[in-house]
Design a protein around this ligand. Sequence first.
Ligand code: GLC
Length: 414
Amino acid sequence: MSACGSSDSGSPDGGAGNTPAALEGVGPISFVTGKDLSGNLQNQIDEWNKSHPDQQATLIELPEDADAQRQQFVQNAQTQSDAYTVLNLDVIWTAEFAANQWVEQLPESEFPLDKLLPTTVETAKYFDKLYGVPVDSDGGLLYYRKDLLDAAGLTPPTTWAELTDACGKIQPTNPGLQCYAGQFEKYEGLTVNFSEAVNSAGGVVVGEDGKPNVNTPEAKKGLDFLVEGVKSGQIPAAARTYKEEEGRRAFQAGELLFHRQWPYQYAKASATDGSSQVAGKFAVAPLPGLDGPGASTLGGHNYAVSKFAKNKKSAVDFIKFLVGEDQQRANLEKTSKAPTWAALYDDPALVEKFPYLVELKKSIEKAEKRPAVVKYQEVSTAIQSAVYDAMGGTTSSEDALKSLQGKLEELTKQ
Ligand code: GLC
């Protein structure tokens, strides 16, 4: 679906043209973000602070769960508080924040947008205007236990049937090892995992035309992969309480053969300080699908400037600092998070250290976007409920999709 929010009417600023208001004011700022899973943000801020004594940035961390983060960002905007200056916004919130005029339109010429992966820049636009700068991207990857697959003479699965087959061969000799997990708690991560399953079976949740189309045989095959997974035990019951971090801990404890996860896990699971039981034993592959490789949902974050903040010139400069090639390279090296700076994916030294960069770039470039609509949170909440109930066995896949289609039609109608 296009990033211009085809199901929303009207331009957020009444069509005032493409020149944003000047962003002025120099002084202290805050940088507000969901829980920093990488652990490197404070270091980046310290670096900025060293060279900007009069424009000190303070880190404010919100919860890990994307829905809970949004709630705090919305609350701050609704009270027009100046406590938050630079907002680390999930790619799914651009339409809502732009339409409500909670964030400033940004001057494109101030940022190196032509150096960034184009698909990430699209996520920061609303009615063709820029409201954020993509600083990290995200694509789903299949983490797998290479040691165990190698020992069984298997290559990483490209289809769900191969994944099931691998579990059947490897689990019997590895007591306690679970087959597969993703982010299956009832929150944004479930919307991502469901969308990937549907797309990987040839279906769509919301089509290119902005219309929901989820009551289809293809979408059902996608949902059934998750539902049947729980029923058969291929997906352990505990995985229905996993967000990113719970799953990561299970993978690092050696409890999972396969894990759908974002790139940040690569560095953490590779740690050799004793925190990971699987360092050197795993690798990553593209997500599998029904008949062949699957499709990832596009994740990532854009840095935006709150309408209600002071010191907006400092905010712009701070974003310029973080989006720059040097910061992005250093951040990738330390955290394995997906950069938006395109050339880093083709840098031989980085590719040697992070071999999955080649696949990750392809996966981000062709990743499916979640619908760019102002009521995105309501859309996602409807998806989460339907999928959570179907995976819990209280609704059939068929009924869940039928009723979800009705709700999505209501939420996205013109
Ligand atoms: C990651 C992604 C984000 C997504 C979230 C879901 O943070 O970057 O786009 O919404 O996970 O849990």
